[in-house]
Structures are given as C-alpha cells and as structure tokens.
Design a protein around this ligand. Structure first.
Ligand code: PBG
Length: 330
C-alpha cells in the first residue's frame, strides 16, 4: 500500500474545493454593528483608539445605519453618550434621551428592514461611570444592585417605547433580565426580545470602548459585578439564570479571549448565542496592521470565523459593515 493513505490535503487543493468544504461561513446577516451616538453633537468625532469608529451625531448615525443595512448586516446595537450625567443616569430613560431619539430616527429611516438593539446600561449616564447608582458616596462605594434594577426597568420601558426590537442589558446586575422582562410586559411590549449579556467579563479589552462611550469608572473598577476571567462554570450558571428569568438570547463578551466559554455556552443552550468582539480586540488588529505587523483583512476575517466556529450564531463587531461589504463582493 502506498504511503500515506490518508491525504487531507486533497480537501485544501484549490480555493473552490476549500470553499465547497468550509464548515463555517461568515454571512452579513450574522453580524451586528455597534454604534455610538452623542447628544448635541454637530459633527461626528473619530475615536482615536478605534480606527474607523466615531461618536456619531444624529445625522451621521443615520447615514452609518443606512450604510450598514445596505451592506446586509443583521442588526444595529446602539450606545448613547448623554450631554449631562448625574447620580442615577437620568439620561438613559428620558423620553428625549439620546438613544430614544436615535431609535425613533432610525425606525423612521429604516422601517423594519433591520433589528434595532439598545444596549442597556448606566455607565455612560452616571457621574461615577459605574453601571448603576452607588451604595454610598464614600471610598468603598459599590453599585447598589437593587437600585440599579429599578433604573434598568425604566430604561427598558423607554427604549422599547422608542422602538427598540431588542433590549440588551450589559450591567451584570443580579436579576436584571427578570426585572426587564417584567417591565417590558407591563408596558405592553411582551413582543420585544431580551438579549442578555449573560457572561460579561471584567476585561482589560474594554479600554477603547470607554473612550468612545465616555464611560470609564471615575474610581475603582467593575470587578465586583462583571465576571472574573478565570471562571467558565460560573458563566454557565449566569446563562442558566438569565434564561430562567426570560432571556431570549444570550451573549458572551469579550469573544476572542473567551472562545472556550462561547463553545460551552453554545453546547449547553438551545437559544441563539451571540459573542461580542470588543473594542480592544479590534484595536489590537488595527494597531498591528497599521504597523505592518499583520495582514489586516485576513486577520479580521480569521478572528470572526473563529468566533463563529466556536459556536456563536451572532457576532457583534465594529467591522460589521466593512466585512458585510467584503462578503458580498466575494
Ligand atoms: C457597558 C458596556 C461596555 C462594553 C459594552 N457595554 C463597557 C464596560 O463594561 O466597561 C464594552 C464594549 C467594547 O469594549 O467594545 N457596560
């Protein structure tokens, strides 16, 4: 018998064969684009640490949203930066709050052609930069979990009323999904989805986002509410409790450093699983590419296909529009 018998290279011989046998595919509809919109902004402001990403004005947001939808992306995830911050994050649920304004504008531009998602958190809206009201004004203050829940319920109702299809709570407060589900049902929005940031880690990879969202904590960090990086069993418990509380889909975040968690969650549940390729993951590739240290486009596609291969159905990525456009051309 000739050696070797098994020749796996046959499956890799030409681009057409490789395309035929690919086990995982990227599709524009599986990508969600995060967008930042800032109140009272006349012109968009580039985010230095996130090449290609901007803090949008309402007008530039509308253009970026339309571009994304035309490229075929599956959904848009909105983050707001208010003009004024306070202790309880009043801008988050104000009727004329920036995300509510944005939702109404995008709904009127885009109708039902895309899925409008609203990130639900208070860190962009509180003076402290923490994800809810604080327990005290002292140096050992932390976020008051149950006071945050009361605020989250109000924000969810405001976002749904303004037209959000999906409410995506990212504050990692205990009980947040249940409270939001009840609040939505109570105001007549039983039909809106909750996409729970179920396993959101206290990650160093959020750094650039905090510039974009102006949401860096003014003291301390988020380690007392976001998950500890060494833990994965705990992620499954978080996912389970969010599903019991009524989550329709669950998210793991960040994506790249937590692909094992994505895989385990995907195997454990039968609801859609999303993964968020966060600002730092993006910034690393952009910075390396700008230095000529890495081939930008192949690295972007490889990072995204890896997240899909790990088991994520939906990938939130700042490259959504660009990659959707690329995929449509190829
Ligand atoms: C808000 C929130 C954060 C991100 C998404 N929602 C930041 C944080 O928790 O500090 C990070 C997204 C990114 O880095 O791209 N709670």
């Amino acid at each position: 018998m000739a050696f070797p018998v098994d020749r796996p290279r046959r499956l890799r011989r030409t681009p057409a064969v490789r395309r035929l046998v690919a086990e995982t595919r990227l599709h524009p509809a599986d990508l969600v684009l995060p967008l930042f919109v800032k109140e009272d902004l006349a012109e968009p402001v580039p985010v230095g640490s996130m090449p290609g990403v901007q803090q949008h004005s309402l007008d530039s947001l509308r253009r970026a949203a339309t571009d994304a939808v035309e490229a075929g992306v599956g959904g848009l995830l909105l983050f707001g930066v208010p003009a004024v911050k306070d202790a309880v994050g009043s801008g988050a649920d104000a009727d004329d709050g920036i995300v509510q304004q944005a939702l109404r504008a995008l709904r009127s531009d885009l109708g039902d052609s895309t899925v409008l998602m609203a990130d639900l958190c208070l860190c962009e809206y509180t003076e402290s930069g923490h994800c809810g009201p604080l327990t005290s004004s002292g140096p050992d203050a932390t976020v008051d979990n149950d006071a945050a829940l009361v605020r989250y319920a109000a924000v969810a109702a405001a976002q749904a009323t303004a037209g959000a299809d999906v409410i995506a709570p990212s504050g990692m407060m205990d009980g947040q999904v249940g409270v939001i589900r009840q609040a939505l049902d109570a105001v007549g929005y039983a039909d809106r989805l909750v996409l729970a940031y179920a396993a959101k880690y206290a990650s160093a990879f959020y750094g650039p986002f905090r510039e974009a969202a102006e949401s860096a904590p003014s003291f301390g960090d988020r380690r007392a509410y976001q998950m500890d990086p060494p833990n994965a069993d705990e992620a499954l418990r978080e996912v389970r409790s969010d599903l019991e509380e009524g989550a329709d889909a669950v998210m793991v975040k960040p994506a790249g450093p937590y692909l094992d968690v994505v895989r385990r969650v995907a195997e454990a549940v039968d609801v859609p699983v999303a993964a968020y390729q966060v600002s730092g993951e993006m910034a690393m590739v952009e910075a390396a590419a700008a230095n000529g240290w890495i081939a930008r486009e192949p690295a972007i596609l490889e990072s995204l296909v890896g997240i899909r291969r790990a088991g994520a159905h939906t990938v939130v990525t700042y490259w959504a529009t660009e990659v959707a456009t690329l995929l449509r051309r190829s």
